[in-house]
Design a protein around this ligand. Structure first.
Ligand SMILES: *Cc1c(COP(=O)(O)O)cnc(C)c1O
Length: 416
């Protein structure tokens, strides 16, 4: 593997090898990260990278797209079937770009959007003031209930009726519970709004029927590299009536040539998602999150909303007297990668918040199960409760390394 790269650029070659080693030697518990399967990585590295194919299948601005058309059409058809939507666009380069395309297709600058409060779990593209979404649109938020920390659908309905937004966005980055998409759709339609469900984090769970369906939404956006375990990128699904507007917004509205190597890898990902192994994988990652929930609960680490229904947990580490940054830095020192995160009604800052976000997709892809989760959860608790102890860190770093060695990520890359 990587022979040509080794010969042409030893600097990048060595950094790539070091990063592969880091991914192998550590425990990745950032809930938005995953290990794409080798068939995905192979597809990304093919000469499909070389082709220009602006436009859509059979409506291209370049010649030579005979096979590319077939590939992109397969990606579209597989995706539509997977989620039960009438139309799909597989070209968005990222989740942020997909959301931008939906806004471009359906809104005018200054229009009202209603989305989840960012401290409660909304994504920056749902109205952060430094993001295009917050700069160009008139943003209102709904949040979670202060006691239960669950989505407050009454609050959502109230703001929707009062503000009459054009678009209501559901979907989050750090919400550990199930989202009632059908309820959001009925609230949106009652207020004369469209419903965009951004399922980036939970797409895999929805495919596996471990999370309520998003099929009621008017438009769905999703990344393909999180629980779907595909290539970096995103997709848009919608009802037929929005097809033309959505396609025009992606190209020529926001993008030029699509990345057909990535689109081919998306097609492979959607095919994999129908296999029994994918179902087993999704069930295991939810079970793994439940084991971590138990460990944290037994050790009096406060969990936002009290637990998890999905692939992630949000720990309120202020409950043990440290900050999210201290927690994530201390865990990084022992090779456990999580991320600091804001929590609902946050009193800290985005760079030093009270929360720690932990997820199971990547470790489950390596084959880790209940036993390993109990072990890792225990190490996390120890580190959080003594985050300055060098002795403890020296011990845990060895245990982490030994465990990681038992679960290789890519045999093919192990000798460089
Ligand atoms: C990850 C994520 C995105 C953004 O995806 P990028 O590919 O990083 O741009 C958008 N929305 C939600 C809910 C996400 O979790």
């Amino acid at each position: 593997m990587l022979n040509a790269l080794g010969a042409s650029d030893s600097v990048i070659y060595n950094l790539v090898l070091q990063e592969i080693t880091r991914q192998q030697a550590g425990l990745v518990m950032i809930p938005s990260e995953n290990y794409a399967t080798l068939d995905i990585l192979e597809t990304l590295g093919t000469p499909l990278n070389n082709k220009y194919s602006e436009g859509y299948p059979r409506k291209r601005y370049y010649s030579g797209n005979l096979f590319i058309d077939e590939i992109e059409q397969l990606a579209i058809d597989r995706l539509k079937a997977l989620f039960g939507f009438e139309h799909a666009n597989v070209q968005p380069h990222s989740g942020s770009g997909a959301n931008q395309a939906v806004f471009t297709a359906l809104l005018e600058p200054g229009d009202k959007i209603l989305s989840m409060d960012l401290n409660a779990g909304g994504h920056i593209t749902h109205g952060n003031k430094f993001n295009f979404s917050g700069r160009y649109y008139n943003v209102f938020h709904y949040g979670v209930n202060r006691e239960t920390e669950l989505i407050d659908y009454d609050d959502l309905a109230e703001v929707a009726q009062k503000e009459k937004p054009k678009l209501i966005i559901s979907g989050t980055t750090s919400y550990p519970r199930a989202i009632d998409f059908a309820k959001v759709t009925s609230i949106a339609h009652a207020a004369g709004a469209l419903h965009l469900a951004d399922i980036s984090h939970i797409a895999g769970l929805i495919v596996a029927d471990l999370h309520p369906s998003c099929v009621s939404a008017d438009i769905v956006t999703s990344t393909t590299h999180k629980t779907l375990r595909g290539p970096r990128g995103a997709v848009i699904l919608c009802k037929a009536e929005f097809a033309g507007k959505i396609d025009k917004a992606v190209f020529p509205g926001l993008q030029g040539g699509p990345m057909e190597n990535v689109i081919a890898a998306k097609a492979v990902c959607f095919n994999n998602a129908k296999k029994p192994e994918f179902q087993t994988y999704q069930e295991q990652l939810v079970r793994n999150a439940k084991i971590l929930e138990q460990v944290f609960r037994n050790n009096d680490v406060r969990l936002v909303s009290g637990g998890t229904d999905n692939h992630l947990l949000l720990l309120d580490v202020s409950s043990i007297g440290i900050t999210g940054r201290q927690a994530s830095d201390a865990l990084e020192e022992v090779g456990i990668f999580c991320n600091k995160n804001v929590i609902p009604f946050e009193t800290g800052t985005a760079l030093d918040p009270s929360g720690l976000r932990i997820g199971t997709p990547a470790l489950t892809s390596r084959g880790m199960k209940e036993q390993e989760m109990a072990q890792i959860g225990g190490w996390i608790v120890q580190i959080l409760k003594a985050h300055e102890s060098h002795q403890l860190k020296q011990r845990v770093v060895e245990q982490v390394r030994a465990l990681a060695e038992h679960f290789p990520i890519y045999q093919e890359y192990s000798n460089g």
